[in-house]
Design a protein around this ligand. Structure first.
Ligand SMILES: C[S@@+](CC[C@H](N)C(=O)[O-])C[C@H]1O[C@@H](n2cnc3c(N)ncnc32)[C@H](O)[C@@H]1O
Length: 268
């Protein structure tokens, strides 16, 4: 399959080594924060358990699951293979391929998966296309299969730390960016994920919220610092904003969001 098919939106982040390192940092952070890779309510002790990770990025989440479930087979899918690991370093029970997840999947994949995972697609999904993505993705699931979706909740963005009322302009700006990084960004769908699942007849079996403890705030700050530089690239003032954010963090101020993991089960 080609990696040159059209996407609904341009990918606003990068795919270089630093971008991959940020995704991998986020992976270990989220794995520890949630305490699971696949939600414990998703049964994995079924014969020939087949899992797909869509928009997989570096594929580290999928490789981690594949290593933990050696009898499972794991399809690792992204529109681009730029961040995939070399063949030599992929677990033997993984298969990496490229596909635009907004486009129909080839017939041989339809109804084949016990579980599908999607994590951090927020940056390319707006309210107007969330339905289309979920509809397309559901075609992959077997009856009774599970869809797990992990995202930050932009409306939960809040100041953490310092309470001395000194101004923190970089944190204020970061708060605004979380809510609307680009004029066309619209994230109501992510806050309504359980409702969206239900509208597609998925039974919601988990709706977890994961909040960072204080001692994770340095990871939050590092990830958001790198994310800002990556997202806003060479736009005027970006480096100054990132530097100021670091200074504010050193003085004890930061911005944080809650993460959610929603799991739905397709009807039998
Ligand atoms: C923010 S990254 C998240 C990667 C990974 N899920 C993770 O949690 O580390 C978003 C990923 O979605 C991929 N992507 C963007 N548009 C896509 C599309 N239309 N179909 C499939 N993948 C897409 C990007 O290439 C990128 O790897």
């Amino acid at each position: 399959m080609s990696s040159t098919q059209s996407n609904e939106r341009q990918y606003p982040l990068k795919r270089d080594t630093l971008a991959s390192a940020r995704l991998n940092l986020n992976h270990f952070w989220m794995k520890n924060l949630a305490g699971y890779l696949l939600h414990p309510k998703i049964p994995t002790n079924v014969d020939n358990f087949r899992l797909a990770d869509l928009g997989a990025g570096t594929g580290l989440w999928a490789c981690d699951v594949a290593a933990a479930l050696p009898n499972a087979s794991v399809d690792v899918v992204d529109i681009s293979d730029a961040q995939f690991p070399p063949d030599a370093f992929r677990p033997r029970n993984t298969r990496f391929w490229t596909h635009d997840c907004f486009q129909p999947f080839p017939p041989e994949y339809l109804g084949q998966f016990d579980a599908v995972n999607i994590k951090f697609m927020l940056c390319i999904v707006n309210d107007d296309v969330a339905d289309k993505l979920i509809e397309n993705v559901l075609m992959l699931l077997k009856p009774g299969g599970h869809l797990q979706w992990f995202e930050p909740l932009p409306n939960t963005v809040r100041h953490r730390g310092r309470t001395d009322k000194l101004s923190t302009p970089a944190c204020d700006k970061l708060m605004a960016m979380w809510k609307k990084p680009a004029p066309q960004s619209s994230y109501n769908w992510v806050h309504a994920l359980p409702k969206l699942f239900e509208s597609y007849k998925l039974q919601v079996i988990a709706e977890d919220r994961h909040e960072n403890p204080d001692y994770y705030m340095q990871v939050v700050a590092q990830s958001m610092f790198l994310g800002q530089l990556e997202h806003f690239g060479s736009a005027p003032g970006v480096e100054e904003q990132a530097e100021q954010l670091q200074d504010e963090f050193r003085s004890g101020a930061m911005v944080d969001v809650v993460w959610t993991c929603v799991v739905g089960r397709k009807a039998l």
